[in-house]
Design a binder for this molecule. Structure first.
Ligand code: TYM
Length: 334
């Protein structure tokens, strides 16, 4: 049975990268056949220290963002990871399947740990094993994510294959990453070689889902670019990472092919393009931000939705973890 799973960390404000690369695509899978399961991955967030009150607030804010972007808690399962014990349990089992060498190759770990890797949490290192558990405890078949998560989904496939091989079973299906559209890797507004990220120290490098119209317009106006006019086709942006990024963002926001966007702006400079981009960004984001604020006004309702989602998630995930333990030879007698 086809099943879609994806998750987002409540570890900071959401960026335009999170929105265009992932969040915005989630609602569209509803009603197309596969079951859709969307998660606020609070267990992943704590791999880096989180202030408890802030974690609570950001969990609700992220749930509000899912709802505001069209995820319907009747059509989809929406919940926070820590309310479903299967995730942490299966992660342990996978810790014993995954190899240290695999973890050592994870580029996100290397980026996050930096040079001082002796002093990061053990959880940060094991992070991809928990992500494999998120996906495989639902036997999910497809995982919509941005480009930066591709390596983790591939590792999930490796863990599934090694488990199946080691225990002589075909229990775990191999999930496909779904990385689609012109915004699979939204770059920093200050540096076209860096990903737009909630952890970048410069707030000017990103657009946050909670930024107001003036802030969005200012940030786009100050975004780094070059002095050339826009070319007729995408080919012409090959060696212009900052320009390419802004055109990709425009294309994703308006759901137009990149070459259609360039068709209209060919020969124009950023003095024309940036205000046009700011206008479409505000047009798309303002209603989302407004809906988020509405949902945030009723935290009890958000908590109720997450709890109900967790019950439904548990009903799927628990039997799969139980069966996994049984396959491994663990006695189930209660
Ligand atoms: P996270 O919370 O960093 O990001 C959430 C989603 O946003 C995408 N994304 C981007 N897409 C395009 N351009 C960008 N600049 C950009 N920045 C972030 C990410 O690719 C992701 O899809 N490990 C995951 C969370 C996770 C997960 C899972 C995802 C945990 N378990 C199971 C899928 C399935 C993460 O840290 O995403």
């Amino acid at each position: 049975k086809p099943r879609i799973f994806s998750g987002i960390q409540p570890s900071g404000g959401l960026t335009l990268g999170n929105y265009l690369g992932a969040l915005r695509r989630f609602a569209g899978f509803q009603g197309t056949g596969p079951e859709t399961i969307y998660c606020v991955v609070d267990l992943h967030a704590i791999t880096v220290w989180q202030d408890p009150a802030e974690l609570t607030r950001r969990t609700r804010e992220l749930a509000a963002a899912y709802l505001a972007s069209g995820v319907d808690p009747e059509q989809s399962i929406l919940f926070n990871q820590s309310q479903v014990p299967a995730h942490a349990e299966l992660a342990w089992l996978f810790n014993c399947v995954a190899r240290l060498g695999w973890m050592n190759r994870m580029t996100q770990f290397k980026d996050k740990a930096g040079k001082n890797s002796e002093n990061v949490s053990l959880g940060l290192y094991a992070y991809p094993s928990l992500m494999a558990a998120d996906i495989l405890t639902y036997h999910a078949t497809a995982v919509p994510v941005g480009e930066d998560q591709k390596q983790h989904v591939e590792l999930t496939r490796d863990i599934a294959a090694k488990f199946n091989h080691d225990y002589g079973t075909e229990f775990f299906p191999a999930p496909e990453p779904l990385i689609e559209g012109s915004a699979t890797r939204v770059m920093s507004l200050r540096d076209g070689s860096k990903k737009m990220s909630k952890s970048d120290p410069s707030d000017a490098s990103r657009i946050n889902l909670t930024d107001d119209a003036d802030t969005i317009t200012q940030k786009i106006r100050k975004a780094r670019t070059d002095a050339e006019p826009l070319p007729a086709t995408f080919e012409g942006l090959k060696d212009r990472p900052e320009a390419r990024n802004l055109v990709n963002i425009y294309s994703a926001l308006t759901d137009e092919p990149v070459n259609a966007v360039l068709g209209r702006f060919e020969g124009q400079g950023f003095g024309t393009f940036k205000p046009a981009l700011a206008e479409v960004a505000v047009e798309v984001l303002a209603p989302i931000t407004a809906k988020m604020t509405q949902f945030m006004a009723d935290p009890a309702e958000i908590d109720r939705i997450l709890g109900k989602g967790a019950d439904r998630a548990h009903a799927i995930a628990h039997p799969i973890v139980e069966r996994t333990k049984e396959i491994m030879g663990m006695i189930r007698s209660r």
